[in-house]
Design a protein around this ligand. Structure first.
Ligand code: CA
Length: 736
């Protein structure tokens, strides 16, 4: 199709006519303002540059299609405005869909009536505005009856994660957003939002369907929602939007996958796969959640629906293999605040929870959040004809308060529910439900576009080729120049020294051919700086800091936000680190502000003689609730003669929108650690702490500063100076 101009132009026209699956097109036509599926442009205007584009938009008439020439459109702050009609819309499309790239400082704003956009790709840049695609040009010129379809926004991230923007914002009324691909948002702000901020944008009846919402990595603070409809301020207003047949793939930015903050919305036939958090009915009344599939696939913190406010209906959904608890449970019905202010928790009133299947969900929390403030229990509600199957021998249901305001009837379970609601259940110990999951949600391949790959799963490491490396000056950095993502550098025995900093922006493994046979040293402030999509797996090496310069604050591995920072994974195993004392505050691993390690795993490794900390992740000191590591696990490792705390993790602020940081120490020893006078480790604001089978010798206990939530440290089998009954954790509680 790319070989001739004539064919290309036919394909561009055919795109609009044939973009939706056949059985959809009739429904689409009647449901959306214009029956634009069956329309073809009258005139096709191919534009080659931004000046030609502007001119074409200025002169656009109903029935025109403005076609962007294939290639890169850099720094394209595009405005698409015009007044089409239902019968003759105005199009903006790609010469060949998927071959027009908006890069650099680019955005697109729509204003007017009956506009249709399709086939564009935003990548390699970020918006200079608050939005990448906006259904308004400015506060006065909104788009109505308009559609954005078959468009991709991929990794279009401001390199400063704390800079907030929203990739897609719908304003106006009767707009449609369908078959788009939005993946990899890293910086602050929802991936997509519907706004109701003026009367012209209320009761808006937008239609959002068949989109692929690809992975949204952990943000490490509030503002990582994938989709928000409304805000608390306008939450008593209806949006009446429909969100249907969308696939949410690992949308794990924060505790809300979708934050619904308006009324009258329908969420139907969406799939939530391995997404942390819940579809949260945070504000607004009269919403319907129906026929969705919530498949956690057993991954941590996956949840279902959280119910707040009045007249919410949750029916015929399939919830499976969800591991989340409390606010992230498979089903969470909140207690409200009596006479609640608009931004707190309105009482659940008239909720209907019917015909759902809950299979192997860890928690169903009823009356969640019950406390002195949230004392208004659910009323006038029903929970009937649901099926609850649990293979682990216990009912997932917990009653946190008096649930007599919910009528339980006709439910089935293979485990006995709590006594207070047991009359509403038939218990059949051998209950097995034959569920056809395909009747719920939407298949992944039915969403997004066919011509842009969806995001794969699995480890970023060891997926490529092996590259043999022999000892030489700068041998590692030279080998990295020839390597690609997922490759392994296999180091022959011997000594390696790096005279330059290795700037890494893709995942790579560096492994000694034989454990312990390789010595590494480096001459700069850092050996590795991670940016972009960098990840590092380091195995079987002995690292010395002795040749580093006489600077304060060197570190073996650090991160930078220059050039854009993804979430990094770092694995260190079977390695030793010694002689990091050339000056003060030498660290093995640290981070720069605004960067996040998704995972750090340190396994079977030894660290000795360090003038700072082994892991120092406290770059976010402004207490905005951002942090530098989501999950840190240390296992079977040994720390000795460390001046600072061996590990520092800092998460400031009191925000409740994240799951992390999670910190775990197992089977490790800390000997003569904190010699400068501090604790052996300082964990400020961590939300999950596991401390099992560790020994602390000639050192102070760990310090754990609790700032928010109800973290319950798991402590078992530890000792302090040989005493197994001594406290290994000093807890400082900053909650009021
Ligand atoms: Ca939030």
């Amino acid at each position: 199709m790319k070989t001739g101009a004539l064919l290309v132009s036919i394909s561009a026209l055919a795109l609009v006519a044939c973009s939706a699956p056949k059985q959809e097109s009739a429904a689409l036509g009647s449901e959306v303002g214009a029956s634009n599926q069956d329309l073809a442009p009258v005139r096709r205007i191919l534009v080659q540059d931004q000046a030609e584009y502007k001119e074409a938009v200025k002169n656009a008439q109903p029935g025109d299609m403005i076609v962007l020439a294939n290639g890169e459109w850099n720094d394209f702050d595009a405005v698409f405005k015009g007044v089409g009609t239902a019968e003759a819309p105005i199009w903006l499309s790609a010469e060949t869909e998927g071959n027009v790239f908006l890069t650099g400082q680019s955005s697109l704003r729509l204003g007017g009536e009956h506009l249709i956009v399709s086939g564009l790709v935003f990548r390699n840049g970020y918006t200079p505005r608050n939005e990448v695609i906006s259904f308004r040009v400015d506060s006065k010129l909104l788009a109505n009856n308009s559609r954005v379809s078959h468009t991709v926004i991929d990794d279009f991230n401001n390199p400063d994660r704390s800079q907030r923007d929203i990739w897609v914002v719908m304003y106006g009324k009767n707009n449609e957003f369908d078959h788009n691909h939005l993946a990899g948002k890293l910086n602050s702000g929802p991936t997509m939002a519907i706004r109701l901020n003026t009367e012209e944008s209320q009761e808006n009846s937008h239609f959002v369907h068949h989109n692929y919402f690809g992975p949204r990595p952990v943000l490490g603070s509030n503002g990582g929602e994938t989709f928000r409809i409304g805000t608390s301020h306008y939450s008593l207003t209806n949006s009446n939007s429909r969100v249907e047949h969308n696939y949410f793939d690992r949308c794990s930015g924060e505790v809300e996958i979708i934050s619904n903050k308006s009324g009258g919305n329908t969420f139907r036939n969406n799939t939530f796969f391995e997404s942390r958090g819940t579809l949260t009915l945070r504000h607004g009344n009269g919403n319907l959640i129906e026929n969705n599939l919530f498949d956690g696939n057993g991954t941590p913190y996956t949840g279902g629906v959280r119910v707040i406010n009045a007249q919410q209906t949750i029916k015929n959904n399939y919830f499976k293999d969800l591991t989340g608890k409390r606010f992230s449970g498979g089903l969470v019905v909140m207690n409200g605040v009596p006479n609640s202010p608009i931004n707190r928790y309105h009482q659940v009133n008239g909720a209907m929870i019917e015909g759902n299947v809950f299979e192997n969900i860890a928690a169903m929390e009823l009356g969640e959040g019950s406390d002195n403030e949230r004392s208004a229990v659910p009323i006038n509600s029903s929970f009937k004809n649901n099926t609850i199957i649990s293979d682990d021998g216990v009912s997932p249901i917990t009653l946190h308060d008096d649930m007599s305001g919910i009528e339980f009837s006709g439910n089935k379970s293979n485990q006995a529910p709590p006594e207070a609601i047991s009359s509403g259940f038939e218990v059949e110990p051998n209950l097995k439900q034959k569920i056809d999951a395909s009747e719920y949600g939407v298949p992944r391949e039915a969403t997004g576009v066919s011509w842009y790959p969806k995001v794969g799963t699995g480890s970023p490491f060891d997926t490529g080729k092996d590259i043999a490396v022999s000892p030489d000056e700068n041998a590692i950095s030279n080998a990295i120049k020839t390597a690609e993502a997922g490759d392994r550098l296999v180091l022959a025995p011997g000594s390696y020294n790096e005279a330059k900093i290795i700037e890494l922006d893709f995942p790579i493994t560096i492994v000694a051919e034989e454990n312990g046979s390789v010595d590494l040293s480096f001459e700069r402030k850092n050996m590795f700086v991670l940016s972009g999509k960098a990840g590092l797996k380091l195995s079987g090496v002995n690292v010395s800091g002795a040749r580093a310069p006489d600077n304060v604050g060197n570190s073996f591995i650090t991160t930078t936000s220059v050039g854009g920072g993804s979430n990094h994974t770092l694995i260190i195993q079977n390695s030793t680190f010694s002689d990091f004392v050339v000056n003060r505050s030498f660290a093995i691993v640290n981070a720069s502000k605004g960067t996040l390690y998704q995972d750090i795993k340190i396994i079977n490794s030894d660290f000795s003689d360090v003038s700072g900390s082994v892991v120092k992740l406290d770059a976010e000191t402004d207490d905005f609730g951002m942090y530098n590591v989501e999950s840190l696990e240390i296992e079977n490792s040994h720390f000795s003669n460390i001046a600072g705390p061996a590990v520092i993790v800092y998460r400031g602020g009191r925000d409740e929108s994240t799951f992390g940081p999670l910190v775990s120490f197992k089977g490790s020893t800390f000997t003569n650690v904190g010699t400068a006078g501090g604790p052996s480790a300082l964990l400020h604001g961590a939300q999950v702490l596991t401390f099992e089978g560790n020994k602390i010798e000639q050192s102070q206990p760990f310090k754990f500063v609790v700032t928010t939530g109800k973290p319950k440290p798991f402590l078992e089998g530890n000792s302090l100076n040989g005493d197994e009954t001594a406290s290994v954790l000093n807890i400082e509680d900053l909650r009021k």
